[in-house]
Design a protein around this ligand. Structure first.
Ligand code: NAP
Length: 296
């Protein structure tokens, strides 16, 4: 059987499907590995690639690929697949959920009631807000469609202008300035590294809320903590963090922050669909057929 390096946590169903087809390896990748299954945050650089002379395909169980050296993989002719589309709706749902939870203090109120409390501070109105979306791709568009019925205005930034009626802002500073809620839905990587810095947070303003369902790397976490502590912004809903699974204690202490452990795609339905795509891509590759969802 073909050697496959499993570089991510996998559901029992995915593990069983892979084990039926491949010899699975975990821990250190064997030099004989012809396939890797990794998560959306997998790191694969040129040095690691050099130690994997038999590698033919990397199947990512997710859509983030900012940890992969795509140039090195392309140069070696290694195929790369992701699981686009099937997770879009769930990530968008979570973004809206985090936004509502921050404005209406859902998590803090839940904690208060559980500990016997009842009198809690007022929340703030969520509807009628100017919602700015950074990255109007598949997930950003699904967030916009959900927000449209109750937003005061929709705004967005992407690398290119889209054929939509929502207001386009050329960069994140201008987007933050014009928004009450800044939702991040762009990829990680060098171009977006800590793009949400102290200046962007100051522009978002004292009534502003940051929601991040993209990658922790987009946010200068030290600047975010300072902005939340000083009231430079009003709150944040965060699914992703700079050094997962580490979440700074300072963030965990703030009740105007709602935290999720990278749950964007984490539903039974979507995880099953993602696993099916991973397996379909591997099956196609080893059968010499076209890949269902190729990145490279
Ligand atoms: P996508 O369809 O490729 O959309 C990405 C969007 O970001 C596009 O609109 C793109 O602009 C924009 N963009 C890219 N680089 C940019 C830059 N430097 N400045 C401004 N905008 C930029 O990707 P997607 O499927 O929506 O996924 C987006 C990201 O969500 C993924 O990369 C991943 O990191 C994250 N994600 C998180 C979870 C989670 O569990 N929280 C789950 C899935 C995905 P153009 O359209 O102009 O190219």
């Amino acid at each position: 059987m073909v050697d496959l390096y499993l570089a991510t946590a996998a559901s029992d169903a995915l593990r069983a499907a892979l084990a039926a087809r491949f010899t699975l390896h975990e821990g250190d990748p064997p030099t004989t590995a012809r396939a890797i299954v990794g998560g959306g945050q997998m790191r694969l650089d040129a040095a690691m690639l050099g130690r994997l002379p038999a590698l033919e395909i990397v199947a990512i169980n997710g859509v983030g690929y900012d940890g992969l050296d795509l140039d090195a993989l392309r140069a070696r002719g290694v195929r790369v697949t992701t699981t686009p589309d099937v997770l879009t709706e769930d990530v968008a749902d979570l973004a809206i959920g985090l936004m509502l939870a921050v404005f209406r203090r859902i998590a803090a109120n839940d904690a208060a009631v559980r500990s016997g409390g009842w009198a809690v501070p007022l929340g703030r109105r969520a509807s009628g807000r100017r919602v700015g979306i950074f990255g109007l791709g598949k997930i950003g568009m699904a967030i916009a469609e959900r927000a449209a019925p109750f937003a005061g205005e929709l705004l967005y930034t992407a690398r290119s202008r889209k054929p939509v009626d929502w207001r386009y802002l050329p960069d994140i500073a201008a987007l933050a300035e014009a928004s009450d809620v800044l939702i991040l839905a762009a990829p990680g990587g060098a171009a977006t590294d800590r793009i949400v810095n102290a200046d962007v947070l100051a522009r978002l303003g004292t009534e502003g809320v940051l929601v991040n369902v993209a990658r922790g790397s987009l946010v200068d976490e030290v600047a975010l903590i300072a902005a939340l502590q000083r009231g430079t912004i009003a709150g944040a809903g965060l699914d992703v963090f700079a050094e997962e699974p580490h979440v700074p204690e300072a963030l965990r202490m703030l009740d105007q922050v709602v935290l999720a452990p990278h749950q964007g795609s984490a539903t039974v339905e979507t995880r099953a669909a993602m696993a099916a795509l991973v397996v379909a891509n591997l099956d196609a590759h080893f059968a010499g057929k076209d890949l269902p969802t190729p990145l490279l």
